[in-house]
Design a protein around this ligand. Structure first.
Ligand SMILES: *[C@@H]1O[C@H](CO)[C@@H](O)[C@H](O)[C@H]1NC(C)=O
Ligand SMILES: *[C@@H]1O[C@H](CO)[C@@H](O)[C@H](O)[C@H]1NC(C)=O
Ligand SMILES: *[C@@H]1O[C@H](CO)[C@@H](O)[C@H](O)[C@H]1NC(C)=O
Ligand SMILES: *[C@@H]1O[C@H](CO)[C@@H](O)[C@H](O)[C@H]1NC(C)=O
Length: 366
């Protein structure tokens, strides 16, 4: 508490000392834009799509159908699907400047870019019958994102574009749900031409960092702290803090450090002039149940297959036992994991041992 008091004094002190001397930088207009608006702000065409999952969730999917330079190209473009990670959203692919955001780069390179949103985040808070005020709505974890969200989104996109396959780019949890979905649903896996796994997570056995430490808290305590519904949604308060506090020159450092704390330290890769744009979009929220499920995964000694048979305390627990080895039989995953090995250390969730496990697993005959 004492520490909290000091931090508050520090923040208020800095705010007061700043005053009209110009140390407060203007809020970037993108901080107050939604994803489609950001896309259009940079001169790209933006579309919003609603995808309904098999269990009634309605997901917001964003699309950049073509780039700025290639809008008159004839013929179908290759489709790429980008799937964000834990607590994140589709804005991740467009919140840097145009030549530095994967979504824009791919669009200009000739791809038809689709960006998914997992249930429960800022853009996917609707349901056919449930409302976000109900506990039942939040009874999901990455299990359901893999089982329902991914197939619904991928099938929707293929239907809209009339194509048979797409490229899948996952980040962090976006890879986890890809590994789960493609290993459990071979029919779905056939629709993926190539799986690019950025900072892939198969296990948290070797991970460190504050988020993992938070995850070591007992489930009950987590529930006490965060309730049973949503975890770190993008709220009016976060937005206020981001646009009022993070734009302050000194506070920018603090906001950036909060990012580093959660995501890993990498000053070179964080554009300090855009911290307000990042923090007004992320965290984008997930369910407490998802957080708790990750907790179970990060408990030392547990492996995936065990996690799923642990018996979840809440309703709607998946009883799937994930057999990761199956992922390797798909062939493409094996190759791309090798590709990204050198880059895994970007976050603090370092998982070389589990990646190595996948990496060395022999390619089986199809
Ligand atoms: C995003 O902004 C556009 C343009 O103002 C608006 O048409 C659209 O409904 C907004 N989308 C969401 C999901 O709020
Ligand atoms: C992107 O654009 C910025 C500003 O226009 C420029 O400084 C930077 O060098 C460009 N980066 C790349 C990779 O082209
Ligand atoms: C897309 O789905 C609709 C409705 O189910 C169907 O009529 C249509 O043929 C599908 N289009 C393609 C290209 O698969
Ligand atoms: C960082 O963000 C600022 C403000 O949006 C922009 O002008 C600058 O070009 C960006 N730098 C890089 C390297 O992307």
């Amino acid at each position: 508490m004492q520490l909290l008091g000091r931090v508050i004094c520090f923040v208020v002190g800095i705010l007061l000392s700043g005053g009209p001397t110009g140390t407060i930088s203007a809020v970037d207009p993108e901080a107050n834009m939604n994803v489609t608006e950001i896309i259009m702000h940079w001169g790209y065409p933006g579309e919003e799509h609603s995808v309904q999952t098999g269990d009634g969730y309605i997901l917001g999917v964003h699309r950049i159908p073509h780039g700025r330079k290639n809008q008159f190209d004839k013929g179908p473009k290759p489709v790429v699907y980008l799937q964000h990670g834990f607590l994140a959203d589709s804005s991740n692919w467009v919140t840097n400047i145009d030549n530095n955001s994967l979504g824009f780069i791919l669009a200009d390179a000739g791809f038809d870019v689709w960006m998914g949103n997992s249930r429960g985040n800022t853009w996917s808070r609707k349901h056919k019958t449930l409302s976000v005020s109900q506990d039942e709505y939040w009874a999901f974890s990455f299990d359901e994102m893999a089982k329902y969200d991914l197939p619904a989104s991928i099938n929707y996109i293929l239907n809209k574009t009339g194509q048979e396959q797409l490229y899948y780019v996952g980040h962090s949890q976006g890879c986890t749900i890809g590994f789960i979905a493609f290993s459990q649903m071979p029919e779905l896996a056939k629709k993926v031409k190539m799986f690019f796994a950025l900072a892939p997570v198969l296990s948290l056995n070797f991970a460190s960092g504050p988020m993992v430490k938070l995850g070591r808290l007992p489930d009950l305590l987590l529930e006490d702290l965060f309730g049973q519904k949503q975890f770190l949604p993008q709220s009016a308060m976060v937005k206020w803090l981001s646009t009022h506090i993070c734009t302050h020159v000194i506070m920018k450092e603090l906001c950036a450090n909060i990012f580093f704390l959660i995501c890993g330290f990498n000053e070179k890769n964080l554009n300090m002039s855009r911290v307000d744009v990042y923090t007004t979009h992320c965290p984008a929220g997930t369910s407490v149940q998802n957080m708790v499920h990750w907790t179970q995964v990060s408990t030392p000694g547990y492996r995936w297959a065990q996690v799923s048979t642990l018996g979840y305390r809440w309703a709607q627990v998946s009883t799937l036992g994930y057999r990761w080895v199956q992922v390797c039989t798909l062939g493409y995953c094996w190759a791309q994991v090798k590709l990204v090995l050198g880059k895994v250390g970007a976050g603090q969730a370092r998982e070389p041992p589990s990646i190595a496990l996948l990496h060395t697993c022999p390619r089986q005959k199809q």
